[in-house]
Design a protein around this ligand. Structure first.
Ligand SMILES: NC(=O)c1ccc[n+]([C@@H]2O[C@H](COP(=O)([O-])OP(=O)(O)OC[C@H]3O[C@@H](n4cnc5c(N)ncnc54)[C@H](OP(=O)(O)O)[C@@H]3O)[C@@H](O)[C@H]2O)c1
Length: 355
């Protein structure tokens, strides 16, 4: 339900995300025409802590563009931030979640070529600022959309598929190897299943015990499907060359024991939270197996290289070589419902919000 909470005096970047600062209900400078709708986290925890409010239309800084959003991706990280587990990273109440949007450029800053206006684009907005009608992004985080790729598909792949590509590269994945993917049913996992299979891997997907999720992952390229404990298919090999992990959590170290000698685990996300503090002991106890563990963040890839791969992946999606899996498209004012579904674990692929 729409709520108008009061005037927001200004907004600024917090760790790459946008935080709006409230001054209360008494003062409102903006007129209806220069306001837009935004979803804000008023209290961390349950999805009901989010509300739809009115905020001033953004004005781009010199190196920024404004995008009239047609589609907004609901990422796993949005739910992790909303649950309040990343307070240590500087997220505070008042945060607008969402990190990727797609739509038309409607305004540009002083240093941005005006020819961007009117172009269909995908953009990374940082660790927040996405759940709005008009989003702001620095021009370095904006990529044009090819003909044939919808904004909805763009926000399903735009962040997820590069994480899958570079995360697999970080694991030194090679054709012919076995790759176990934990958290395979999310956007990053679905992209990783496809890319690893296309790269010649024997792909083992880990998902909750649902025959339907397993069937869909096989359709995307998985050769075997295991349950969250890593069991459930006697025909699957017991150990793997690469483990691509989006889950983390308490069970993560047990998967070290499933690495082949010289096997590599790369963690790109921790949707189940942090692993136990002594998780490295599993690696040390099996010293002679020369296993290794690494984290991977897209932040360490130069922007130009990320964009090069993203442009290739968008082209692949436009001509059907890479599939985007959209769980559901919901209106922006249904953000709470989107997060409820994320928390319930019923999402396969990505939920997309449309203003
Ligand atoms: N490294 C980077 O550069 C980068 C960039 C963007 C995002 N991220 C990270 O990637 C993660 C989000 O990825 P995503 O959007 O693909 O994930 P997601 O959709 O939130 O979750 C992926 C899958 O993980 C499984 N899962 C969820 N909770 C679990 C639990 N408690 N235990 C075991 N499995 C669980 C679920 O599948 P089943 O129910 O089928 O098991 C879910 O579909 C976040 O941690 C985010 O910070 C990293």
């Amino acid at each position: 339900m729409r709520q108008l909470l009061g005037h927001i005096s200004h907004f600024g970047q917090v760790d790459g995300g946008v935080r709006y600062v409230f001054e209360g209900n008494a003062k409102r400078n903006g007129t209806k025409e220069d306001m837009m709708r935004a979803v804000v986290i008023q209290s961390f925890g349950d999805p009901s802590g989010m509300a739809l409010i009115d905020v001033p239309d953004p004005t781009p800084a010199a190196d920024e563009v404004v995008i009239d959003s047609s589609a907004i991706g609901v990422g796993g990280v949005d739910a992790v931030i909303r649950r309040g587990t990343l307070g240590g990273y500087g997220f505070t109440e008042g945060h607008i979640p969402g990190s990727e949007v797609s739509g038309l450029v409607s305004a540009v800053g002083a240093d941005v070529d005006a020819s961007w206006i009117g172009r269909r684009v995908w953009a990374f907005t940082g660790t927040g600022g996405g759940y709005v009608e008009r989003a702001v992004a620095t021009i370095g985080n904006v990529v044009p959309l090819p003909d044939g790729l919808s904004p909805v598909d763009a926000v399903t792949l735009g962040s997820a598929a590069p994480v899958a590509h570079f995360g697999l590269a970080h694991a030194h994945f090679a054709a012919g190897e076995s790759v176990l993917i934990r958290g395979a049913a999310g956007s990053i996992g679905i992209a990783a299943v496809q890319l690893a299979a296309q790269g010649g891997a024997n792909v083992i997907a880990v998902t909750s015990s649902s025959a339907e999720r397993g069937r869909r992952l096989r359709e995307l390229g998985a050769t075997h499907v295991l349950d969250r404990a890593g069991d459930g298919d006697p025909a699957a090999s017991g150990s793997f060359d690469v483990i691509f992990d989006i889950v983390g959590g308490e069970q993560m170290p047990t998967f070290f024991d499933r690495l082949e000698p010289n096997g590599r685990m790369v963690t790109v996300g921790m949707v189940a939270g942090m692993p136990p503090a002594d998780f490295g002991m599993h690696l040390l106890r099996a010293f002679q197996k020369s296993r290794s563990f690494a984290t991977f963040s897209l932040d360490t890839v130069p922007v130009s290289l990320r964009d090069e791969v993203r442009v290739e992946q968008f082209a692949a999606a436009a001509d059907g070589r890479l599939r985007s899996v959209v769980h559901e498209v919901l209106p922006l004012d249904q953000a709470v419902e989107a997060h409820r579904q994320m928390d319930a674990g019923s999402v396969f692929g990505r939920i997309v919000l449309v203003p």
